[in-house]
Design a protein around this ligand. Structure first.
Ligand code: SF4
Length: 258
């Protein structure tokens, strides 16, 4: 499931205790509820969704943010320092991956509502072009310790992150322009070493400690099932996924909320 920089992050065991478990259980229940809505399976024909699904989705994100705040609090009490803070966008120069189709629909809707879809379509298209350039690079450029034993998917993302191409949604003041609907892959990523070490070109990059606080497995499973109902099947990478959804599936038309 979601991860921002698959090469570098430490996946820590999910915190599963009496505080965190109900949050994750509620989050899973909400996505299950959305998946059970009849319009999900008909979405690709009608481009129509129940209003309730949008509201519930925000509730699920809010539960996940509560879970993250709780886990980070626990880590801090145990002596970890988390460097991520407002104004830091050190991890926003990678291509977020593992994004569910449902999350893409929520981002798409957010951009439509804000009248920003075309602007961000263009910016994401540029990111796709950079990704294609990386994909076309000779195999020799993917050699080295950081690529060893990695899948082709991970190698692509590592090489992409080394180029330091800013995310299409990052503005000049280093703020995320889709912050309320940013994907779980972005929410879950934290650094326990100074932000400059998040730069893959930094000489001490390999010594950095970064954490991916994935949601509990039932949440991941229920999101996968939800995507199965939608049956849209496009890329899980932020820029290519949004470009495909906008141009090929939605054809820039708004989602009809009923
Ligand atoms: S979507 Fe937002 S948080 Fe995620 S990489 Fe882009 S700018 Fe950063």
């Amino acid at each position: 499931m979601p991860k921002l920089s698959p090469d570098i992050s430490v996946i820590i065991p999910q915190l599963d205790d009496e505080q965190s478990r109900p949050l994750m259980a509620k989050m899973a229940r909400i996505f299950r509820q959305i998946g059970a809505m009849g319009e999900m399976k008909r979405f690709s024909q009608n481009l129509r969704l129940p209003q309730e699904a949008r509201r519930l989705s925000q509730r699920a994100y809010s539960l996940y943010d509560q879970y993250l705040a709780y886990v980070i609090g626990k880590l801090q009490k145990n002596g970890w320092r988390v460097y991520c803070d407002i104004g830091c966008a050190a991890c926003c120069f990678a291509m977020p991956g593992g994004i569910s189709n449902w999350e893409f629909l929520i981002i798409y809707d957010f951009l439509q509502q804000a009248g920003q879809l075309e602007k961000f379509f263009r910016r994401n298209l540029e990111s796709c072009q950079v990704l294609d350039q990386v994909r076309g690079q000779p195999a020799g450029e993917f050699k080295g310790e950081q690529f060893s034993g990695k899948s082709e998917y991970d190698k692509l993302l590592i090489r992409y992150s080394q180029l330091r191409h800013p995310c299409a949604f990052l503005d000049d003041s280093q703020e995320c322009l889709i912050y309320p609907v940013r994907p779980l892959a972005c929410r879950m990523h934290f650094a326990c070493t100074p932000p400059e070490l998040c730069d893959p070109t930094h000489p001490r990059f390999s010594q950095a400690v970064r954490l991916n606080l994935n949601p509990h497995t039932p949440v991941e499973e229920v999101l996968q099932r939800l995507d199965g109902h939608l049956n849209l099947n496009f890329s899980d990478l932020l820029a290519p996924g949004l470009v495909t959804l906008s141009a090929n599936i939605m054809r820039f038309s708004p989602i009809s909320w009923i």
